[in-house]
Design a protein around this ligand. Structure first.
Ligand SMILES: [Zn+2]
Ligand SMILES: [Zn+2]
Length: 162
């Protein structure tokens, strides 16, 4: 049995100019990398990352993000929250699952806290990106995120506050 990493809540983060700040008071459900071309544009980089959080465990503690929306690969609407000052994408709100908020993990104060457990859309991944063969990897959008949730639960647990 491998020891799980213990995570102490709450977790804090924010945009680059710090006008938007948030607090996470629930354990994240998973974290994954997405190599789709939309995430490459969105991140202005090689890939995007997402960390779904139960909506009830996410709270803005400062700032008022601007919302933009578009249709995802599946044709469903996704709303994107970003800072109108510095332009940083802070979180996404997918209509496929209204009970979660997809926080962009690059906005976490502690950027080495978590490692993603899987990769989506490998068919459009940049050739120079290292893909761990031990990760949960999908060529496109997965039918279900269940395996990503399970791998995460096997790796992290919440620190019990005594
Ligand atoms: Zn900002
Ligand atoms: Zn993507």
């Amino acid at each position: 049995m491998t020891l799980k990493s213990k995570i102490t809540l709450p977790i804090y983060g924010g945009c680059q100019c710090q006008q938007i700040r948030y607090e996470i008071s629930a354990m994240p459900l998973t974290m994954y990398v997405c190599h789709c071309t939309e995430c490459q544009t969105q991140s202005t980089s090689g890939f995007g990352m997402s960390m779904p959080i139960p909506k009830s465990g996410f709270r803005l503690i400062q700032g008022n993000p601007k919302i933009w929306s578009r249709k995802s690969h599946s044709g469903r609407e996704v709303k994107y929250a970003f800072c109108s000052e510095c332009g940083i994408r802070v979180y996404h709100m997918p209509s496929r699952n209204k009970s979660i908020i997809n926080v962009k993990p690059g906005t976490l104060d502690n950027k080495t806290m978590f490692e993603p457990v899987g990769n989506l859309w490998l068919k459009s991944a940049q050739s120079w990106v290292y893909i761990s063969p031990g990760a949960i990897n999908f060529q496109q959008q997965p039918e279900s995120f269940k395996s990503l949730y399970i791998a995460w639960k096997n790796r992290y647990e919440q620190n019990s506050l005594i």
